[in-house]
Design a protein around this ligand. Structure first.
Ligand SMILES: Cc1cc2nc3c(=O)[nH]c(=O)nc-3n(C[C@H](O)[C@H](O)[C@H](O)COP(=O)(O)OP(=O)(O)OC[C@H]3O[C@@H](n4cnc5c(N)ncnc54)[C@H](O)[C@@H]3O)c2cc1C
Length: 391
């Protein structure tokens, strides 16, 4: 049986970035992926690099907004990670960080923007509240209906189809073994090590990192551990290509909308509109199966896009798709070592396109140095109570 230092389950952005960082640091690493690299949410997402507090943290009152502030510190680190990544990897990942506007159309939304920017300011994230005219001076394509915006000069986007494959190659070049088409089916603890078996797979590792996105709870269950991470299915849309028009990331504080223009010229439109997860016959959800598109999500998403960037109405929609990602019980990502099972690490949930490079780097630091304080608010320790009866 093969022996390695770290096994990583999941060939998405988080797993590939962690494999690269850990292998570059000298660890022997195996990255195990059931399908191909980038088959999960990392290859299906909107590619937004959003560092402002997300709308989903604002729509349910102040308690969640307070938690969101916990990850503002990580967002500040992520800005630097994204600014450095193309140089670090020597590759063009179509990273564009020309600023982002989170817009408001009503007086209530403007007040929400002001409260959000004040909270961000207290956490050291520089976000300016500007009125509609100033927003249109920066972004002339915005509708006259935009009353105000929060502007963050660091926000932007990158290419989800490029980033993860390049990270996987960097991991391979650093010495990691990349095992695709290999689905993990059992994990046992043997003599303090993790014995991992699956398709053409039989190895033991000192440490195991679960970076399996929407499947992470299933992997933890193989080790008799409850991890409250749930699959959710979202909608994305792309228009035909057009002339360069929208250099910024556009989000909405009161409606579900993210909009950006890719390097090739397409408008990518998303923002968290739901799709319907496939179900298993016994009443569970099946993240492996394609999620079903909801017509009202499609029309609602496109309506929001046209209301904020009216020129989008002239473009043909060329593709809509669904993707499955993970959300945790308290909406914050779950990142760190599991206290009841030393050696078991988890990194899943949240907006891990924006934050995934940072999770990976900090996990590699924590494994080498014993801790990474910036990850403390995300520790799986907050869910230990769920495992009190798990034996
Ligand atoms: C439509 C959509 C839009 C999004 N937009 C954004 C955005 O704009 N910005 C942002 O920051 N985030 C966004 N997200 C979230 C983001 O995509 C995810 O947080 C991130 O990609 C998760 O990366 P990951 O590596 O953790 O998981 P994934 O990319 O999902 O990778 C997990 C991998 O684990 C593999 N796996 C599962 N089980 C096993 C097993 N038993 N054995 C081996 N391998 C296994 C899967 O095949 C999969 O490839 C969006 C998500 C969706 C779906």
């Amino acid at each position: 049986m093969e022996r390695i230092d770290v096994a990583i389950i999941g060939g998405g952005l988080v797993g590939c970035a962690a494999a690269w960082r850990l292998a570059a640091g000298g660890a022997s690493v195996a990255l195990i992926e059931a399908r191909d690299i980038n088959s999960g949410a990392s290859g299906q997402n909107a590619g937004s690099l959003h560092f402002q507090i997300e709308r989903r943290f604002l729509e349910n009152g102040d308690a969640l907004a307070g938690q969101a502030a916990d990850i503002v510190a990580l967002s500040r680190i992520a800005v630097d990670d994204w600014r450095a990544i193309e140089g670090d990897l020597g590759a063009d990942l179509h990273v564009s960080m020309q600023g982002g506007l989170m817009v408001a159309e009503t007086a209530e939304e403007v007040a929400l923007l002001e409260r959000k920017a004040a909270r961000e300011g207290r956490e050291g994230l520089s976000v300016r509240t500007i009125d509609g005219d100033e927003a249109r001076a920066i972004a002339p394509y915005l509708s006259p209906g935009v009353l105000a915006a929060n502007f963050s000069s660091d926000e932007g986007h990158a290419d989800p189809r490029a980033v993860t494959p390049v990270l996987a190659e960097a991991a391979r070049a650093a010495g990691a073994s990349i095992r695709t088409q290999s689905r993990v089916q059992s994990i046992a603890q043997v003599g303090g090590r993790f014995a991992i078996r699956g398709d053409r797979l039989d190895l033991t590792a000192d440490r195991l990192l679960v970076a399996a996105g929407a499947w992470s709870a299933n992997i933890c269950a193989l080790l008799n551990i409850h991890m409250p991470l749930y699959p959710v299915a979202l909608l994305m849309n792309a228009t035909e290509r057009t002339r360069p028009m929208v250099p910024h990331l556009i989000q909405h504080v009161g409606r579900r909308l993210s909009l950006k223009q890719t390097y090739a010229g397409n408008m990518l439109i998303g923002g968290g509109w739901p799709s319907r997860l496939a179900q298993t016959p016994d009443g569970g959800f099946d993240p492996w199966a394609k999620a079903i598109m909801i017509p009202e999500s499609l029309t609602g998403n496109l309506r929001a896009a046209v209301d904020i960037v009216p020129d989008v109405a002239r473009l043909n929609l060329i593709r809509s798709w669904t993707g499955v990602t993970a959300i945790s019980a308290d909406q914050l990502p779950v990142v760190g070592e599991v206290p009841r099972m030393p050696g078991l690490w988890v990194a899943a949930g949240g907006s891990a396109f924006t934050l995934g490079l940072t999770f990976a780097r900090l996990i590699a630091d924590a494994m080498a140095e014993g801790s990474a304080p910036a990850l403390a608010p995300l520790s799986p320790a907050r869910f230990e109570h769920l495992n009190g009866f798990m034996g």
